[in-house]
Write a protein that binds this ligand. Structure first.
Ligand code: ARG
Ligand code: ZN
Length: 461
């Protein structure tokens, strides 16, 4: 092509682009929000340019075929002028998208859904996007081989999402830094149960199908959302202090779990004595047959357990997460040790109180265990190490070292103060180390250097 002709084409294109921009938008001219929040382990989880405030999910599930029909109504606040924004969604087909009631373009590339509203969204403004979707939700296999996402069962399904499985059943901003409140309503054939997080907000049967509605008024990270559909025995009670308790048990696991489920209110009270007021409006547990899931998970207000892991220490572990992980959530997945260290330390404390095993003995056993020394807890080498031994065992050793350095009074002031200071929020490892030093008035850099960040086992504990 001759150079002059090329110039003419470029100029003509420029005019077209300018015309395109001014024609469609009134007011602001935005940019697309980022596809992820640059998590060090999962750069594409979460999305840039907005904060979700509330998810209103209406799901219709057919256990016989495994088909899910969903409507996700997401209320968010823009944090930049937006021409388009992303949602994370794994599998499933998007049927339509709207923004503030007007049809919006929706494009799919892998687990990223891009929504382009007719009009750009102004920084700071609230908007509501409604996504209709359907299909056959699938499990997600993590790099550590754990199964999450949507786990189908003979009579229903179990949906769990740490760290990234929640995108298998609803579109959203699936990073722990973007917490929101939730309404989850699930319609299933009459007689089938559907249990989720929070408090029951209704149960209505129309034409042989029942809608089970659940409400979470406190902010929740999306990885903590749970849905258990199927043949479940659901009971509602209250702790002595009046906190509503909802438990759901598969009939095959009912007999073997009954005693410990009966003690759940005592466990919640024990945690509250040590960690401060329980952070949510209800508590509970879900117990399923062991083959359903390979691990217990601290899903908000309603942790889930495979029967073979439903024991006192695991129960106290998942309940401790309600304070550490669920109310105070990690800023990024690098901060995962802040979840697992406290939950493991709670097990050590519980064994001291109820099994006559001093915390020092648990510390000693963890110190001797070679698996705990594979890497420093604050720096898991990759996404498949987020739930490896050092995050748990060595994480708890870090807390015990803090306790040794500052004394019991200051230590429990730090533990309770940390839960209070960041209640319903997010916090990072740096926030914690700064908080522990400020609260105790001590320089703890040696503890951090050796136990939190150091390579290998120190000579003497
Ligand atoms: N947070 C859970 C617990 O400590 C474990 C989650 C396991 N997830 C995984 N992908 N390995 O109880
Ligand atoms: Zn845990």
């Amino acid at each position: 092509m001759e150079p002059r002709a090329a110039v003419r084409i470029v100029v003509a294109l420029g005019v077209l682009v300018l015309a395109g921009c001014t024609a469609g938008s009134v007011g602001v001219r935005g940019e697309p929000g980022a596809a992820g929040v640059r998590d060090p382990y999962f750069p594409r989880l979460g999305n840039g340019g907005y904060d979700v405030q509330h998810y209103d999910l209406a799901l219709d599930y057919d256990p016989a075929t495994g088909r899910l029909d969903g409507t996700a109504e997401i209320t968010a606040r823009a944090t930049q002028d937006l021409s388009a924004f992303h949602l994370d969604l794994h599998g499933l087909t998007v049927e339509s998208a709207t923004v503030d009631g007007r049809r919006a373009a929706a494009n799919r590339a892998g687990d990223e859904l891009t929504v382009r509203p007719r009009q750009d969204i102004e920084d700071g403004s609230r908007f509501r996007t409604v996504i209709r979707y359907s299909g056959f939700p699938r499990p997600v296999t993590d790099s550590d081989d754990a199964h999450e996402g949507w786990l189908r069962s003979p009579s229903g399904a179990l949906a769990v999402g740490e760290p990234s499985g929640s995108m298998a059943w609803f579109p959203g901003s699936h990073h722990p830094s973007d917490k929101a409140t939730y309404d989850i309503a699930v319609t299933v054939p009459k007689g089938v149960q559907a249990v989720s997080n929070g408090e029951r907000a209704g149960e209505r049967t129309v034409g042989g199908r029942t809608t089970h509605s659940w409400h979470s008024a406190e902010p929740m990270a999306s990885y903590l959302a749970i849905l258990a559909v199927g043949d479940l025995r659901v009971t509602t009670s209250r702790t002595p202090s009046g906190l509503p308790v909802v438990t759901a048990v598969d009939p095959k696991a009912a007999k073997a779990s009954a005693d410990l489920l009966g003690e759940l209110p005592d466990y919640v009270d024990w945690c509250a004595r040590h960690f401060g007021p329980y952070p949510f409006a209800s508590a509970g547990a879900i117990v399923v047959p062991s083959e359903r899931i390979g691990y217990a998970l601290e899903t908000q207000t309603r942790p889930v357990f495979p029967l073979d892991q439903f024991d006192g220490t695991t129960l106290v572990h998942e309940l401790a997460h309600q304070w550490f992980g669920n109310s105070v959530s990690p800023e990024s997945w690098r901060d995962i040790w802040l979840n697992e260290s406290f939950a493991t330390y709670a097990e050590w404390m519980w064994r001291e109180d109820f099994e006559d095993v001093p915390v020092e003995d648990s510390f000693e056993a963890a110190y001797e265990d070679d698996e705990n020394w594979a890497f420093p807890p604050a720096e898991p080498p990759g996404p498949d190490d987020l739930f490896a031994s050092p995050v748990y065992g060595r994480g708890a050793m870090v807390l015990h070292q803090v306790r040794e350095a500052v004394g019991d009074d200051a230590f429990f002031r730090i533990v309770r103060g940390w839960a209070a200071e960041h209640r319903h929020g997010n916090a990072s490892t740096d926030d914690f180390t700064a908080y522990a030093e400020e609260r105790s008035g001590k320089d703890l850099s040696e503890v951090w250097d050796v136990w939190l960040y150091g390579d290998g086992r120190p000579e003497t504990p």
